[in-house]
Design a protein around this ligand. Structure first.
Ligand SMILES: [Zn+2]
Length: 530
């Protein structure tokens, strides 16, 4: 649907956008930020606004996990209900474990193309069911998004229209126009009608292919889109398609409706999907309606992730760098590492979030060394939670005259991350409290929080999500230290900079600077750190 393609790496976009916003006081940010695409709490450290620093005392827990209830139907469909009657609105969301993490090069972009086809014709619209005729007048807001590890679709509507929205979701999910399982009956009955129908479907498919290609073009012509892409290509060098959520132009161009059926049969099965209901709906009502409408959805009998396992992204063999020349005004520098994977090292994922939040605070040592010092207009460090290797990213926005010094200072900070005095106990506790507060704020808008639930459901599973705040609270210094030792310190990484030809000359920035070779030389440790 509408520009679901933002970036291969949402984290970087949000971070770039936040840096630009921070430095230009809200002038139109160059990065195409789309807040609804961002898992609300994820990635830690990526939110645009800096919140006021918390009180320095160790705070009491602010929030418990969102009080959602869930149930798995006999066909494997997970139903999640988060009830809140404060506003007469309901959001109905479908989440499917699909996205670029399931895509080898020959399928790269098909999750995305499928997403575009989702709101096109389906059985109800093709057969002219009565409810479809009024759906446009019901004020239902809908959209879809393709991410690396989830594809989600959602409708938000007023309470009386909830059953209609549910019905439309059912018809779009179970009976898309290209699905020959239901069109076979039409064909048998009226071959002429079937033929016309097929032509309409093929036409619509050809149109959406062009729409997706247009999105890919726009994405690539955006310098920040390219920055993220180049980082991913180097960081995930063996299987870059798995991190390329928009897709590959050639693959999309060559796609046929047969491939939509392939995606449907592999991934659009109840045992690989969830329905999330938030807002003015009770669990009893929600479960009943989902069972009534989605009970007929046939499970595949196979777990797609057993049949088509995720790839193992091999670790980087050595650090590497790239200077990308683009006519941009400033210098954007990004350093990336392979971070932890959910399901393999959950403890490190919590530690990563807490640590990112410590660094994000305006009075952190990191911000003081890079931003207060005047070396950078903005700086961030974050981790993007993923099942299959979430990247850790350090980002700096600066000017040509300060670029070298800023990179050196950044690597010096990295070298000190694990020092016992790098952050205080107060900073540690504040970061946890702020993360909890963040979760509470994001629950204010349930239509967006539905996407957060989708994101976690797909990448981490619900139990991780349910225990998230508790586990954050339990994160200790030694957890953070282990996270840094395992994923950051002395680990191969990728440094990329985007700058203009003139900036490059003026800055004297080199690839060696970008990988931190200069900083690796015996540094005068405490000289600039504090
Ligand atoms: Zn799209």
């Amino acid at each position: 649907m509408k520009s679901t393609l933002l970036g291969r790496n949402l984290f970087v976009y949000a971070l770039v956008a936040s840096l630009l916003t921070a430095s230009y006081g809200g002038a139109a940010a160059a990065a195409p930020q789309r807040s609804s695409a961002r898992p609300t709490r994820k990635p830690a450290g990526a939110a645009a606004a800096q919140k006021p620093a918390a009180a320095p005392q160790a705070p009491a827990p602010l929030a418990e996990a969102a009080p959602f209830v869930n149930k798995v139907l006999p066909n494997g469909l997970e139903v999640i209900v988060l009830e809140d009657h404060s506003v007469p609105l309901v959001t109905v969301e479908l989440a499917v474990r699909n996205g670029s993490f399931t895509e080898p090069p020959e399928l790269n972009g098909l999750s995305h193309l499928y997403e575009h086809m989702f709101f096109k014709l389906n059985r109800a619209s093709l057969l002219g069911e009565a409810y479809i005729r009024e759906i446009d007048s019901l004020g239902i807001i809908y959209n879809g998004e393709t991410h690396e590890e989830v594809v989600n679709y959602y409708f938000t509507t007023t309470t009386p229209n909830f059953p209609t929205a549910m019905r439309f979701m059912r018809d779009a999910t179970l009976y898309p126009s290209f699905d020959e399982r239901w069109t076979a009956a039409v064909r048998a009955q009226d071959p002429g009608f079937y033929e016309r129908l097929r032509q309409v479907v093929e036409q619509q498919f050809a149109q959406e292919r062009e729409v997706v290609i247009g999105e890919l073009d726009r994405h690539e012509s955006n310098p920040y889109g390219e920055l993220g892409e180049r980082m991913n290509e180097r960081l995930f060098y063996k299987y870059p398609s798995r991190k390329n959520r928009g897709g590959n132009r050639q693959t999309v161009r060559a796609a046929t409706t047969d491939m939509m059926r392939l995606i449907q049969s592999r991934y659009y099965v109840p045992n690989n999907s969830a329905i999330i209901l938030t807002g003015d709906v009770t669990p009893a009502e929600g479960f009943r309606l989902v069972e009534e409408l989605f009970g007929e959805w046939k499970p595949s009998g196979k777990d797609p992730f057993v049949e088509f396992p995720l790839v193992e992204h091999p670790p980087l063999q050595k650090s590497e760098a790239e200077l990308i020349r683009k006519p941009v005004a400033n210098v954007i520098i990004q350093i990336g590492w392979h971070g932890p994977s959910v399901g393999k090292d959950d403890a490190a994922t919590y530690a990563a979030d807490v640590f990112s939040f410590i660094l994000r605070q305006p009075n952190s040592r990191f911000q003081r060394a890079l931003v207060d010092s005047g070396l950078a207009a903005g700086a961030g460090f974050g981790y993007y939670t993923q099942r299959n290797v979430g990247p850790i990213t350090l980002l700096i926005q600066t000017t040509p005259d300060k670029a070298r010094a800023a990179v050196r200072a950044a690597y010096e900070q990295v070298a000190h991350f694990d020092d016992p005095d790098y952050f205080t106990d107060e900073e540690l506790e504040s970061a946890k409290a702020l993360l909890e507060a963040d979760d509470l704020y994001s629950r204010e808008k349930l239509s967006d929080y539905s996407h957060t639930i989708s994101f976690w459901w797909s990448s981490t599973g619900l139990e991780y999500f349910r225990g998230y705040l508790k586990r954050l609270r339990a994160t200790s210094r030694s957890d953070i230290s282990r996270y840094l030792k395992t994923y950051v310190h002395g680990k191969p990484h990728v440094g990329v900079a985007m700058l203009s030809e003139e900036s490059l000359k003026a800055s004297g920035l080199t690839e060696a600077d970008l990988v931190g070779d200069a900083a690796a030389a015996p540094a005068k440790a405490a000289a600039t750190g504090r």
